[in-house]
Design a protein around this ligand. Structure first.
Ligand SMILES: C[S@@+](CC[C@H](N)C(=O)[O-])C[C@H]1O[C@@H](n2cnc3c(N)ncnc32)[C@H](O)[C@@H]1O
Length: 205
């Protein structure tokens, strides 16, 4: 198991109980995502954590696969899925590279692409797995523009309180990397603006 998976497995039970830190930003994000989803869509979500967002969005699409690096996060997600009886939702553990053969029309990832080994490679893999007109919708903390995140995260990593890797991306770099993978950006936002947390809706031409 990778070091990251061990970190996320360890904090999964606590993470599952944490309240959403900014409910208006979360609800705005969900509302924007939902506005793009069709009842016929086949969705994959990366870094889905314990599946809270998947439980909210799955009822709006045909089928939904929620994935996460951490088997511990996925196991809690599966318990929640069973408790709510959502039959078109499947939960699995793995990273983007493990799901390149999935038949999907929409790919999602929230608060995860600053944590993956190689965001650029993942954006390219997601581009490959989607059909033409397929959507890639993400939200990523763009912490590169705030100087104090670097020393803070480094100290937390030294004490095992933050995962590795953490990428310090800027809003501009995120937009550019998603475009460089081949996507057209159709909508952006900052929810919340303070982080800033970059919301991007991208379409494969
Ligand atoms: C900050 S949490 C976000 C969870 C959820 N998307 C949310 O917004 O609440 C990051 C999640 O990404 C997962 N993760 C970390 N690195 C990953 C990777 N390389 N591939 C897939 N998931 C990863 C972690 O296990 C964790 O569940």
């Amino acid at each position: 198991m990778s070091a990251d998976a061990t970190f996320w497995d360890r904090i999964a039970p606590k993470y599952a109980k944490q309240p959403i830190s900014n409910i208006p930003a979360y609800e705005t994000t969900l509302e924007r995502v939902r506005s793009y989803l069709k009842a016929t869509d086949r969705v994959i979500e990366f870094g889905a954590g314990t599946g809270s967002t998947a439980l909210r969005l799955a009822p709006h699409v045909s089928r939904y696969l929620a994935t996460d690096l951490s088997p511990g996060m996925a196991a809690i997600g599966e318990e929640k899925r069973r408790a709510e009886g959502i039959s078109n939702l499947r939960i699995a553990s793995g990273v983007v590279a493990d799901f390149t053969a999935e038949d999907v029309t929409v790919a999602l990832g929230f608060n995860v692409f600053h944590l993956v080994d190689d965001p650029k490679a993942d954006f390219e893999r997601i581009y490959e797995m989607l059909p033409s007109a397929g959507l890639f919708i993400s939200k990523t903390p763009a912490i590169g523009s705030k100087w104090y995140f670097r020393p803070l995260v480094r100290v937390m990593q030294a004490f095992g309180k933050a995962p590795r890797p953490v990428h310090f991306l800027s809003v501009e770099a995120l937009d550019a990397e998603i475009r460089a993978a081949g996507f057209e950006i159709v909508e952006t936002g900052l929810y919340p603006p303070e982080t800033p947390s970059r919301f991007i809706v991208a379409r494969k031409p």
